[in-house]
Design a protein around this ligand. Structure first.
Ligand SMILES: Cc1cc2nc3c(=O)[nH]c(=O)nc-3n(C[C@H](O)[C@H](O)[C@H](O)COP(=O)(O)O)c2cc1C
Length: 189
């Protein structure tokens, strides 16, 4: 069974999550391809898809949204898993008492849930290096803003908050689902 793990990442932390998922999916019976969204290559030949994006300003990166829209008909007929790499910081609950991961569900999940009926959707904690070269509007805005108000920058959480155990457990659950569904066995090698 062929599985495509594809992702959109600006600074690499979502790529790291996708890499770990692909690694964990690499079990007998599953042939995994890992590819950034936008890289050349056909999309049709896969039996299942894991699609992820970093979230900026409460939204997936444009190329990830465009990828899902472009392949919506294909994806709607296949097993699909979605993940978002999003909040940063050590807190699991925000100042309003909301679960941080739930509060960080990107707007796209609602639309994609209805259209693709994904097997699962997951938000993972991400990573942020405030001194990384800014890429894109949100980064440049943030850089300008924190340049004007350095105290805000020093109060913002930065670092790598990716929860590898959660990520690996999720990948394992995908593998189990695919291998247990009988689709893998039914697919010629
Ligand atoms: C300017 C800026 C805006 C962000 N906006 C959000 C957001 O709206 N929601 C969220 O969950 N995370 C947000 N984040 C955190 C990023 O999603 C997180 O750093 C992510 O892991 C980055 O992934 P990447 O390294 O693959 O680009 C933001 C980070 C920056 C720097």
């Amino acid at each position: 069974m062929k599985v495509l793990v594809t992702y959109a990442s600006r600074h690499g932390s979502t790529r790291g999550i996708a890499e770990r998922i692909a690694e964990k999916l690499g079990r007998p019976g599953l042939e995994v391809s890992l590819r950034p969204i936008g890289q050349d290559g056909s999309v049709e030949q896969y039996d299942a898809y894991v699609i992820g994006s970093a979230a900026y300003m409460n939204a997936w990166l444009k190329e990830a949204t465009a990828f899902v829209r472009e392949h919506e008909r294909l994806l709607a007929g296949k097993p699909v898993w979605l993940f978002s790499s999003g909040p940063v910081g050590p807190d699991k609950v925000d100042k309003h008492g909301r679960d941080v991961l739930e509060a960080s569900i990107p707007a796209e999940f609602k639309t994609f849930s209805a259209r693709l009926k994904p097997r699962d959707e997951r938000v993972f904690f991400g990573a942020w290096d405030p001194d990384a070269e800014p890429i894109g509007f949100a980064d440049r805005f943030m850089r300008g803003f924190t340049g004007l108000f350095p105290s805000i920058k020093s109060s913002m959480p930065f670092g790598d908050f990716r929860d590898w155990r959660e990520i690996e457990a999720w990948a394992e659950s995908i593998a189990t689902d695919l291998l247990g569904s009988g689709v893998a066995a039914a697919t010629p090698a």
